[in-house]
Design a protein around this ligand. Structure first.
Ligand code: ZN
Length: 234
């Protein structure tokens, strides 16, 4: 054992390929997976969370959680059949601590590892801040937003977290509209409820809700808050 996740590229993401007598550097087959892991690492999501699957998602006898899990599992299993359809995305809404991040991660991990579909991870708040810094330069802006536009599947974590400015919303609209026009799937987690999303920004909200039709998961209710519970018990 060498300790590398990928023996071919030794976790660099690139391999040498012989072409016309020269060695050229090309992306390894693990490239997207590697980039996804890197973005996750930078996001501050714990390594433990990054391993989350459906098996360790506890429903604690709660109907809301059972249904949420069933929907999320169903979504990834049907993914390859619905990928090019109008309703090819999923949204997980609800309060902090209800389990939406776990479910979102489980969908991503299964798409990556079981379906071999590349997912690009976008930590909403950080990504928007980075993009804003590049907004005055056309090329920089394009480079900063391209991975999120181009991704086969885009996971937007904590959409609309914080207090968005006009500039944030313009960036978001451009991204969501691009993916909407090109029918590119998204996995979205947000504290906003579907109605709130539409109230907040109709152009962005209505596109998201349309793409997620049939795969809208709402996690709401005091009994769903893990952290609240563990605080009470201690
Ligand atoms: Zn590799």
């Amino acid at each position: 054992m060498s300790g590398y996740g990928c023996e071919k590229c030794m976790d660099t993401g690139y391999v040498l390929k012989r072409q016309d007598g020269y060695d050229i550097s090309v992306k390894c087959e693990c490239y997207e997976k590697l980039m996804y892991r890197r973005r996750l690492r930078r996001s501050g999501i714990s390594a433990e969370m990054q391993k989350k699957g459906f098996k360790d998602f506890e429903c604690r006898g709660t109907d809301v959680l059972e249904q949420a899990k069933t929907k999320a599992v169903g979504y990834y299993r049907r993914f390859l059949n619905i990928e090019n359809s109008r309703h090819n995305s999923i949204i997980l809404c609800g309060q902090v601590g209800a389990g939406k991040t776990h479910l979102g991660m489980a969908v991503c991990n299964n798409l990556l590892n079981v379906c071999h579909v590349e997912v690009v991870y976008m930590a909403y708040r950080n990504a928007i801040t980075e993009i804003k810094q590049a907004v005055t330069d056309k090329e920089d802006y394009y480079a900063a937003t391209e991975p999120y536009r181009r991704a086969r599947v885009l996971y937007i974590d904590d959409l609309l977290k914080g207090k968005p400015t006009e500039a944030d919303l313009n960036i978001l609209y451009e991204l969501i509209n691009y993916r909407y026009m090109h029918n590119k799937p998204m996995i979205i987690s947000t504290e906003k409820l579907p109605d709130e999303l539409i109230d907040f920004d109709e152009a962005v909200g209505s596109r998201i809700i349309e793409m997620c039709r049939g795969n809208i998961v709402v996690l709401q209710g005091k009994e769903l808050n893990y952290r609240l519970y563990s605080q009470k018990e201690s």
